[in-house]
Design a binder for this molecule. Structure first.
Ligand code: 13P
Ligand code: ZN
Length: 293
């Protein structure tokens, strides 16, 4: 790491105590607790990034460039001067839930997009470092900005039910896994009409998994990582959790049916078509989206 925050910093409010971000921290704590309670975050499993650039004015952003400078292995030009909250590598979701401030970090992407500044002013005195899946988070966040998408949140979790599904050879293609998930419950096609992307097993934390995942997000809001977990994009952490919850429910229904020794029937083509063409009027995704974090 190069650079030094030293005492170069003009007077600033501690970023972790910025009052506009309070609701974001409340949401982080709540969703981290859900992930732990569901068993989708054993040990340090799971991570998230939230684009919080909108909470800072130009002067505040300028000041963030005084913080320690960490080169990135790849350049993200569209992320220049953006601010992210990231879960810390090695941190436990149950600890994030109890004390989000101590277990997340803020980064500010440099003007060229080839480095980040780590805002190391954690009032608890312990600075978390970005998740090891940083390359994937940054690649997806950049893709969202390039597409002018509303989504600000990327969430990765080890959703047990979905990992189990990707252990079964017949479901290791995008077509097969989507047809199963859509067939198990009407909510799946209602809320995830584009289904999921499927990424064959790839080593976690690498540029390679980032690249593969990026392709998956071209047409989907959720991507399954074979034998590892899944990643989703959403407007808020709560909605990101919902995406995974809906899929976990569908997978659970499948396994429950199989446990009786019988094959589930699944919704048929016509039933699925009917839902796609006539979604209930009050389905939240068809309402004006909520852009608040
Ligand atoms: P981190 O603790 O580095 O976020 O890693 C957790 C994980 O799930 C990696 O895929
Ligand atoms: Zn993981």
């Amino acid at each position: 790491m190069i650079g030094n925050s030293g005492n170069l910093l003009p007077h600033t409010t501690n970023i972790f105590q910025k009052k506009e971000l309070k609701s974001v921290f409340i949401q982080i704590a709540g969703i981290a607790q859900y992930l732990w309670d569901r068993g989708w975050a054993e040990r340090n499993a799971g991570n998230f990034s939230i684009n919080v650039t909108g909470f800072f004015n130009a002067n505040e952003l300028d000041r963030l460039s005084f913080y320690p400078y960490v080169p990135l292995s790849k350049q993200y030009p569209h992320l220049a001067r953006t601010v992210f909250i990231l879960s810390g590598t090695g941190t436990r979701m149950r600890d994030v839930a109890n004390n989000p401030v101590e277990n997340v970090c803020f980064i500010f992407i440099s003007d060229s997009g080839s480095a980040y500044h780590l805002i190391d002013e954690n009032p608890e005195g312990r600075s978390a470092r970005p998740t090891s899946e940083l390359p994937t988070h940054l690649a997806i966040q950049q893709q969202l900005l390039q597409k002018n998408a509303q989504e600000k949140v990327v969430l990765h979790a080890h959703v047990t039910e979905l990992i189990a599904l990707t252990q079964l050879a017949p479901f290791t293609t995008e077509k097969a896994v989507n047809s199963l998930l859509w067939g198990m419950h009407p909510e799946t096609v209602l809320f995830l009409p584009d289904g999921v992307g499927f990424i064959p097993y790839t080593i976690p934390g690498t540029e390679n998994i980032a690249l593969e995942t990026l392709n998956g997000f071209e047409n989907h809001k959720v991507v399954l990582w074979e034998k590892h977990g899944c990643m989703t994009v959403a407007n808020t952490l709560a909605e990101a959790f919902d995406n995974l919850d809906i899929l976990a429910k569908a997978a659970k229904i499948y396994f429950l049916c199989k446990s009786t020794g019988m094959e589930p029937e699944g919704l048929n083509h016509l039933q699925l078509k009917e839902i796609r063409e006539n979604p209930p009027a009050d389905t939240p995704i068809y309402k004006k989206p909520d852009f608040s974090i």
